[in-house]
Design a protein around this ligand. Structure first.
Ligand SMILES: Cc1ncc(COP(=O)(O)OP(=O)(O)O)c(N)n1
Ligand SMILES: Cc1nc(C(=O)O)sc1CCOP(=O)(O)O
Ligand SMILES: [Mg+2]
Length: 210
C-alpha cells in the first residue's frame, strides 16, 4: 500500500506527568501511523524537560517515531532527541543546525509567510510550519494562516509543510486537500472524548480517504 500523502504529527499536551503520559502515548502510537512527536513543555525547568524526554524517547523509538524538542536544540542534543522545532523568536535555524548536526530533523515556524518559509527551506529546514489555521485554546494566537498559503507552498516547493492550530477531525479536510504534508495536532488527539487512540485512528482514516 502506498504511503498516504498527509501524515499525523503530534505535540505533547501542554502539561504532562511523564510516566502517566508515556502510557497514553504508547496507546496513541499503537493506534496507527504517526510521523513524529514534538515534546513541547513551556515554563518548566530544564530538569522537567529532560525527565520527560527520558520517559518518552523509548516509547517513540520502540515504534520508530522520531521525537523532536520544541524551542531548545541544546536540550534536544543533551537528551538524544532526533531534532528540534524552532519558532521565529527561538534559537535561529542556523544555530540549531550547528548544534544538532546534519542528520537531525529541524522544523521552523513560518506563520502565514511564504517569505519566511523560503528562507527556512533555503537554509536547509526539514519542514516549514504554517499556522494557526483555526482558533485554538492551546496558546494565544497572533498569526493566522490561510489555506491558500498551503496551496501556494505546495505548488512550487518540495520541502514538506506542516499545518497547525486548532485542527480537528471536522476541519482538517481542506488542509489536506490544499497540500499539507503533515497535520500537527494537540487538543483534538489528547482530549478526544473517546481517547487518543480513537483520535489517531480517525485522523488516519480521514487522511487515507482524502
Ligand atoms: C510543528 C510546529 N509548528 C509551529 C509551532 C509553534 O512554534 P513557536 O511559534 O515557536 O511557538 P511555541 O510552540 O514555541 O509556543 C510548533 N511548536 N510546532
Ligand atoms: C503550538 C502551536 N503553534 C501554533 C502556531 O500557529 O504556530 S498553533 C499551536 C497550538 C496547536 O494546538 P491545538 O492542536 O490544540 O490547537
Ligand atoms: Mg517556540
Amino acid at each position: 500500500m502506498s504511503k498516504q500523502s498527509c501524515e499525523l504529527y503530534l505535540i505533547t499536551p501542554p502539561k504532562i506527568d511523564p510516566d502517566a503520559f508515556a502510557e497514553d502515548l504508547a496507546a496513541a502510537l499503537d493506534a496507527g501511523p504517526v510521523a513524529c512527536l514534538q515534546l513541547r513543555l513551556k515554563e518548566v525547568s530544564d530538569d522537567e524537560i529532560k525527565r520527560a524526554a527520558e520517559a518518552l524517547l523509548p516509547v517513540c523509538h520502540e515504534r520508530g517515531v522520531p521525537l523532536l524538542m520544541n524551542d531548545r536544540p541544546d536540550l534536544a542534543l543533551l537528551t538524544g532527541c532526533d531534532g528540534a522545532h524552532v519558532g521565529q523568536q527561538d534559537t535561529p535555524y542556523e544555530e540549531a543546525r550547528r548544534t544538532l548536526g546534519d542528520e537531525a530533523m529541524i522544523g521552523v515556524t513560518c506563520h502565514n509567510s511564504i517569505h519566511l518559509a523560503m528562507e527556512a527551506a533555503e537554509a536547509g529546514a526539514d519542514y516549514v510550519a504554517f499556522g494557526a489555521f483555526y482558533p485554538t485554546e492551546t496558546k494565544e494566537i497572533i498569526h493566522h494562516a490561510e489555506i491558500e498559503t498551503l496551496e501556494t507552498w505546495a505548488s512550487f516547493s518540495t520541502v514538506p509543510c506542516v499545518a497547525i492550530g486548532g485542527i480537528n477531525h471536522d476541519n482538517a479536510k481542506p488542509l489536506i486537500e490544499a497540500g499539507a504534508d503533515f497535520l500537527c495536532v494537540i487538543t483534538a488527539v489528547w482530549k478526544h472524548p473517546e481517547g487518543p487512540a480513537a483520535a489517531v485512528k480517525a485522523f488516519n482514516a480521514l487522511m487515507a480517504s482524502t
